[in-house]
Design a protein around this ligand. Structure first.
Ligand SMILES: Nc1ncnc2c1ncn2[C@@H]1O[C@H](COP(=O)(O)OP(=O)(O)OP(=O)(O)O)[C@@H](O)[C@H]1O
Ligand SMILES: [Mg+2]
Length: 261
């Protein structure tokens, strides 16, 4: 893999779920070191796209490459790839009967044979990286929403993954906590030399820290470019999405189905 090879590459990808095509014709390169924002209405397939990148969902057509290799289907190879991808899911997923430090230690205990003092030191470093060293011994119920999100972030970083994927990292956070999280995503990306994919419908909080933006709607990528190109785009899909208008070229039937489910 050369220095300029993309960290993630999708070529002609189609993604189906429950016998239905969710996304088609996906072509995407995520360059090393970039933060790519994936925007789109609810139910458009943002989480489905992430599932294809983490190897959870096999594409119905086309190829998904991560770190210059096709995502393997064989279980051991797939687990090994996944150690290189830090995932922050919408619900944090913290275990409530473990402290912040114990939560961050989980992936280290599960995937390494490091001795306990080394794990303890790594956990302190990860909590320090998210500004929470003082919260090591607190339980999730003792943390604010923003602090809990940062603990989940520290846990996602535990194995030093070169690629981070964030699914709606701002859900449930107020504007100040949202700003803290987005700034942290940018700072960690740059100081640790990561590549990040941030799925969000919080357009105005997400775009300022992104290098590239994608908008998905109606089963495909309707925009790919820089955040400033996005903001000045005259494309009717993009305008409708940015303004949050119910009427326009984006069909909201998929979203309605999701809510009804
Ligand atoms: N496991 C599944 N089986 C069948 N259909 C699914 C499954 N997961 C998602 N879908 C469908 O795929 C479509 C896209 O869902 P997805 O979760 O990727 O959307 P999203 O853009 O992440 O939405 P949100 O912003 O609400 O999180 C939806 O219509 C959903 O109903
Ligand atoms: Mg989603």
């Amino acid at each position: 893999m050369t220095a300029s090879a993309p960290i993630v590459r999708l070529s002609g990808v189609r993604l189906d779920r429950g016998g239905r095509t969710i996304l088609r014709g996906l072509d995407l390169d995520v360059p090393k070191g970039a933060i790519v924002a994936v925007l789109g209405p609810s139910g458009s397939g943002k989480s489905t796209l992430l599932a294809a990148i983490t190897g959870e969902l096999e594409p119905a057509a086309g190829t998904v490459e991560v770190f210059g290799q096709p995502v393997p289907r064989e279980r051991r190879a797939l687990l090994s790839l996944r150690k290189g991808i830090g995932v922050l899911l919408q619900g944090n997923g913290l275990l409530t009967d473990l402290t912040a430090a114990e939560n961050v230690a989980l992936p280290l205990r599960a995937h390494t044979d490091l001795p306990e003092p080394v794990i303890a030191r790594l956990v302190r470093m990860k909590l320090h990286a998210v500004g929470l060293r003082a919260a090591a011994d607190l339980y999730p119920r003792e943390l604010s929403g923003g602090m809990a999100r940062r603990v989940a972030l520290a846990r996602a970083l535990a194995l030093d993954p070169p690629l981070m994927v964030y699914d709606e990292p701002l859900t449930g956070l107020d504007p100040i906590a949202s700003g803290v999280i987005m700034a942290l995503i940018r700072r960690l990306n740059d100081t640790l030399g990561l590549t990040s994919i941030v799925v969000s419908h919080h357009v105005h909080e997400t775009l300022p820290v992104a290098d590239h933006a994608l908008v998905i709607a109606n089963g495909r990528i309707v925009f790919a470019g820089t955040p400033s190109e996005l903001e000045t785009s005259h494309d009717p899909f993009v305008r409708q999405f940015l303004r949050g208008e119910p009427d326009g070229p984006i069909a909201f039937d998929a979203a309605a189905r999701t809510e009804a489910a």
